[in-house]
Design a protein around this ligand. Sequence first.
Ligand code: GTP
Ligand code: MG
Length: 214
Amino acid sequence: MEENNNGYDSVDSWKTIMFLYNSALKEVGTKLEILNDEFQYVHQYNPIEHIKTRVKTAESIVQKLRRYGYESSIDNMVKYVNDIAGVRLICSFTSDIYVLAEMIGKQSDLKVISIKDYIKNPKESGYKSYHMLVTVPIYLSDSVVDTKVEIQIRTIAMDFWASLEHKIYYKFEGNAPEHISQELKECADMISVLDEKMLTLNSEILSFAAEEKR
Ligand code: GTP
Ligand code: MG
């Protein structure tokens, strides 16, 4: 941000912007916790294992703008960096992901801007996750600001892979030897097999329990 600094004004607006993104995270985080609690209450089942939230650091915002070829300015970051406020929902089964996505889509105060289904269409790296870009209205004393939040929904297994792959790739700064990328991709395939197996087992257990009840 420093390159474009024109005195206290930009410091002030940086603060204002970060205040908005932090508020948006709180709003969306609470909303999701309530949905999860309601689901537990109605269906005796929790679709969400846990929720992680984070606000992107100034360094990584600047880095992303540079990667996209834009100069660092408040305007550019608001316009082009979609994941300044990020929420990650970790669930047990792949089926939970779509249940959650639908619940989120139905929230009348959230606007869904875009969806990327990297479960149906995994990335070249093997990455799987369901991404939703939404906006949430933040009510200030004199205005309402629609603020972007990126929601990533994935299973525990997908999260395990993504976290470790990120750590490994980070060390190579994106230039990992071919066999490493290949093996990471193989790990992603194993993870998918695990997810499928767990889902099948769960359905079997559920229908078994339903039989018992009759
Ligand atoms: P970028 O963040 O610039 O990639 O924007 P984008 O528009 O391509 O967004 P995309 O939906 O591809 O994914 C953004 C986020 O998803 C990243 O910040 C990561 O958190 C996650 N992600 C995407 N691809 C990978 C991957 O190959 N490995 C891991 N570990 N995470 C990934
Ligand atoms: Mg990307």
